[in-house]
Write a protein that binds this ligand. Structure first.
Ligand SMILES: Cc1cc2nc3c(=O)[nH]c(=O)nc-3n(C[C@H](O)[C@H](O)[C@H](O)COP(=O)(O)O)c2cc1C
Length: 156
């Protein structure tokens, strides 16, 4: 798991040098080992935060791996905005990035709107939690299904 305060410590990704900080090495190692991922981003000016995008740019260090980038990984996507428009756009952007990294965005995308209503209350909290749980459940389901599929291919 890579929370925001760890991602914040990553230097801007530099493709011209193999030198990496300890946090960057750990991130790349975890991406290399992962069998599924959940990505979550705040909506910043209508799209993903630069912090998350910079972290994902480190996937370039997997370009020459036997498993190129995040090939074949199921990836759940969660976007949070103070409104629907930026949240939905951020979700679409996350899915495009996942696709570019050769991974599989899972079917249910979660958008959480933290804008308060006219009374100042944030509504829809239980729906948001259900939506997050569904993202997680679909990633787990996909990991198991992909594993079973690969095993049957190896066995045949
Ligand atoms: C630099 C910056 C840009 C933001 N841009 C948007 C935006 O375009 N649309 C939006 O709905 N929310 C925007 N937000 C709000 C964040 O998405 C929101 O703070 C985040 O989802 C966390 O929600 P919270 O502040 O209610 O905890 C922005 C926040 C920051 C700091």
């Amino acid at each position: 798991m890579f929370p925001g305060d760890v991602l914040k410590q990553l230097p801007v990704y530099d493709p011209t040098t193999p030198e990496r900080t300890l946090q960057a090495e750990e991130l790349v190692a975890q991406l290399r080992e992962a069998s599924g991922l959940v990505l979550s981003s705040a909506a910043y000016h209508g799209s993903t935060s630069g912090m998350l995008k910079n972290a994902l740019d480190y996937a370039e260090d997997l370009a020459n791996d036997p498993r190129v980038y995040l090939a074949g990984l199921p990836v759940g996507c969660i976007a949070v905005g103070k409104g629907w428009q930026a949240g939905v756009n951020t979700l679409s952007t996350l899915r495009m990035i996942v696709h570019a990294l050769r991974a599989w965005p899972t079917p249910h995308g979660c958008v959480i709107n933290t804008a308060p209503d006219a009374s100042g209350a944030v509504t829809g909290v239980s729906q948001s939690l259900d939506s997050i749980r569904l993202v997680a459940a679909e990633v787990v389901h996909a990991v198991k299904s992909f594993d079973a599929c690969l095993s049957s291919l190896v066995a045949s």
